[in-house]
Design a binder for this molecule. Structure first.
Ligand code: WT7
Length: 654
């Protein structure tokens, strides 16, 4: 690696106390991992995890890409996150919950223990949930969602959280794919001081045939809901009578812990499976290294538990390390753009973790808001989900962080379970918009399809060349899809390696800059949408003959969805079936089938799509047109090159 030319060096005072204090310490750790990969992981697995039974093998790759970490070991993730802290931190705040209206409550580790054990007993004794059963969780951001996750972990049930913004159809698909018997939900919650509802979505998802037998409902907003006798049960009525001790199930290292559905470039969302030991180990290690949370710190991640960030960095990571984690029900811009900073001041937040989209919103709606609050408690600022543009980064660094906080631009994915490439706040000199270096133990490289290393400045495939503990273990019920989605594209020395789907580039310091998805995946506000998935839904519209969707750069959301639609019959411009009507109808279907996040910002009606003679849609051309760029691609291989001008004309006129 060439000499590092820092843009911003770590804060010296901070670095003195940090777990990894300088770039030499980072290099030594990475060197250790490179030379003795298993020894490195063995050391941390022994140091960090409270084993019920020790493992006999650190890493078993004999059936790669299906790997086993810490085989033979037994543990319980709820013990790792709760019980083991009772010795030293029983009265420390585990969760600080702030409601939408600003009310708050603190749940200590001892209280968390009661609540998790009671919920575990409820699931086990009242519903007969057993080890290996799938439980779907469709809940708002309230502490009970953490109790539900940890209760599942305690009894060995596999949870599958579905983000509360997904529609009943999306929920039904996920319930069916996982074959879940129980759904845990809430009546609803509050947003901008108004109640919103979740239970009606569950009712709709369960209409007709479903594997679900029981629904456990947490009452949060106490709005009126429909109640199906014999199916629906009230958490609030049942929880008090549960015993406060539930024996934790000893789990094998490689028993599944949870499923989380995410979009790919083809087909329906896939159930990313994470297992016990490796996942919790890396969740805890990255929490400690990347956020460097200290015993008296208060840490806040603004994600929703419905995404992997909420799993690893609101619940599992912080609790595994015994930190205080803030959980927020509301939105950071309500009642005004100072809400987030007001909360930082109120709880003296030390580490704040959010998405570039949120930073752009907070910047554009309240550029000077941070100056009105005392943000001196902040030490580390994190971002995740998409590349952060330098103007947003600079505002975050200078105005929010007062030019003294490290910015950790954390690159990772649902499939990686935890951070992969990120600065270490006390060690890594940072540059705007750059994820910097792989974390110790992570072997990342940028290569071409044959596995040849890319030169500085050349875009290539971002790959992880060795298995890591928190990697995806399988696509639920579909081993072939697991192989094909992640190990099908790139080989190094003839051996398939994990390809992230992202393009990246090395700079002259060997730093990694993430460019973005190389597959047909759109990143809307840091959330992944598959083009195939959105197109399949739009195709259901009776007016639609053909459709192609692409991502278009968006100043707040990063990317928005742009749809090119070929209609079956012409619009009636002055009648009821005009363009506005059809567009609204298409977005209505998307909202019903997937949810608001997949709605298209742009829908244009075009005479045809640019296809090759073999029928493949040339999305690059469509992406360029959506961006308003001149077409530089060769269009001579198209079946009908004239369609490109026709599309350009429509887009320019729209
Ligand atoms: C995709 C993963 C990881 C939790 C949130 C999203 C993009 C993620 C960064 C970053 C540039 C990033 C990638 C990745 N991404 N973090 N720091 N810089 N791009 O999880 O839905 O699984 O999406 O988000 O494209 O593949 P996800």
């Amino acid at each position: 690696m060439s000499e590092i030319k820092p843009v911003f060096k770590p804060n010296r005072e901070f670095a003195k106390e940090a777990r990894i204090k300088n770039i030499c310490e980072y290099n030594e750790l990475q060197e250790w991992a490179r030379e003795d990969y298993e020894g490195f992981w063995d050391h941390y697995a022994k140091e960090k995890i409270d084993w019920i039974e020790p493992y006999h093998t650190v890493l078993d790759e004999s059936d790669a890409p299906f790997v086993k970490w810490f085989d033979g070991g037994k543990l319980n993730v709820s013990v790792q996150c709760v019980d083991r802290h009772l010795k030293t931190r029983k009265n420390k705040a585990a969760i600080i919950f702030e409601g939408d209206d600003g009310d708050f409550r603190t749940i200590t580790y001892l209280e968390l223990h009661f609540n998790v054990n009671k919920m575990a007993n409820l699931l086990k004794n009242e519903f007969g949930v057993k080890k290996g059963d799938r439980v779907v969780i469709y809940m708002p951001m309230i502490p009970e969602v953490a109790y539900a996750m940890l209760a599942c972990a305690r009894i060995g049930a596999i949870h599958s959280i579905v983000f509360g913004g997904f529609s009943s159809e999306a929920l039904r698909d996920r319930i069916e794919d996982a074959d879940a018997r129980l759904v845990i939900t809430a009546d609803g919650a509050f947003r901008k001081e108004k109640p919103y509802m979740l239970k009606p979505v569950v009712d709709k998802a369960l209409a007709g045939n479903t594997p679900v037998e029981k629904v456990l409902v947490v009452k949060r907003n106490f709005e009126e809901i429909e109640w199906v006798e014999g199916r629906d049960y009230s958490y609030n009525d049942m929880i008090d009578r549960q015993p406060v001790e539930c024996e934790p199930e000893p789990m094998e290292s490689e028993d599944p812990l949870f499923l989380l559905y995410t979009s790919g470039s083809t087909g329906k969302p896939k159930g990313v499976q994470h297992n016990q030991a490796g996942y919790i180990l890396w969740a805890q290690m990255t929490m400690e290294w990347v956020f460097d949370v200290k015993e008296n710190d208060t840490y806040w991640c603004t994600a929703d538990v419905g995404w992997i960030t909420g799993h690893t960095y609101i619940v599992y990571g912080p609790l595994a390390m015994g930190a205080t984690t803030v959980m927020f029900e509301g939105v950071p811009t309500y009642p005004d753009a100072g809400r987030a900073w007001k909360m930082v001041e109120k709880y003296r937040i030390s580490q704040f973790y959010t998405a570039p989209t949120a930073i752009r919103v907070l910047h554009s709606t309240g550029e000077h808001e941070p100056e009105k609050y005392d943000l001196s408690s902040l030490k580390v600022l994190g971002t995740v989900g998409e590349p952060i543009d330098p103007p947003a980064w600079e505002w975050y660094y200078e105005v929010v962080g007062n030019s003294k906080c490290a910015i950790v631009d954390t690159y990772w994915q649902t499939e990686t379970g935890g951070h992969m490439i990120s600065p270490l706040p006390g060690a890594t000199p940072i540059k705007p918009g750059c994820a910097t270096l792989p974390l110790p133990g992570i072997m990342a490289r940028i290569v071409d399809v044959e596995g040849n290393e890319k030169e500085v400045g050349e875009e290539g495939y971002l790959c992880i060349t060795r298995p890591w503990p928190s990697q995806i273990r399988n696509v639920w019920g579909d081993e072939a899809r697991y192989r094909k989605s992640y190990f099908g594209d790139v080989k190094i020395d003839g051996k398939p390696v994990y390809f992230t789907g992202d393009g990246a580039v090395y700079d002259s310091d060997g730093y990694f800059t993430i460019i973005g998805r190389m597959d047909d995946v759109i990143n809307v506000s840091g959330h992944r949408m598959g083009t195939a998935e959105v197109e399949a839904v739009i195709n259901e519209d009776e007016d639609v003959a053909e459709v192609a969707v692409v991502g278009r750069p968006h100043s707040i959301k990063g990317e928005s969805i742009f749809a090119y639609v070929v209609l079956l019959k012409p619009l009636d411009d002055n009648g009821p079936r005009d363009a506005a009507y059809v567009k609204k109808h298409i977005n209505g279907i998307i909202k019903a089938e997937i949810g608001n996040i997949a709605m298209c910002d742009d829908i244009v009606f075009v005479p045809g799509l640019p296809k090759t003679r073999s029928g493949k849609i040339m999305r690059r051309i469509l992406r360029s047109i959506a961006k308003g760029e001149a077409i530089t691609q060769d269009t001579s291989t198209l079946e009908d090159p004239s369609v490109v001008q026709a599309i350009e004309k429509v887009v320019k006129g729209s």
